[in-house]
Design a protein. Sequence first.
Length: 186
Amino acid sequence: MARRNQMVVTETRDQTMAQKRTYEGMFLMPTGQSDFEALSQPIHAVLDRAKADLLTIKPWDERRLAYDIDGHKRGMYVLAYFNMDPAHVTEMERDIKLKEGILRALLLRRDSVTDEVLNADTPALVAARRPKRESPASESSADAPAPDAPAADAKADTKPKPKGEPEATSEAEASPKPEPPPEPEG
């Protein structure tokens, strides 16, 4: 009878292992390749080896790294969603560590992923769609503060007067008065 129970457990385990789950992967890739397809090739190779079904893959953002990783100061983050058998997760993590084209990776199991999440824009996609500015001269005039802004800043920088002193109402009253010249002796 014990043998029959073991068989049932084994069948249940096989059914569970055959069920694919959805995962989210954030991969840190070295910069230097302008083509996203070439950049994401190591990710595709790892996913194919793990028998994962790719749902979407897109560039997240290129950033300066907090510290050098294998001599790289900048990295490109790539976001991928895929379905995979949970039994292959350990193999995939090992392949990621051995793959030279992937600096770091983080895999998370997602219980549910909506189409909205899969099709959401990433910072890199938003930046690619943003229109480029025409000339540096127009940038400086657009970024320059309004003429009234320095006066407002000057008023904000003044220190409050002690309660006993009256507040100045004009610039002439606010500036210190010159001392009268000394009287001649004699």
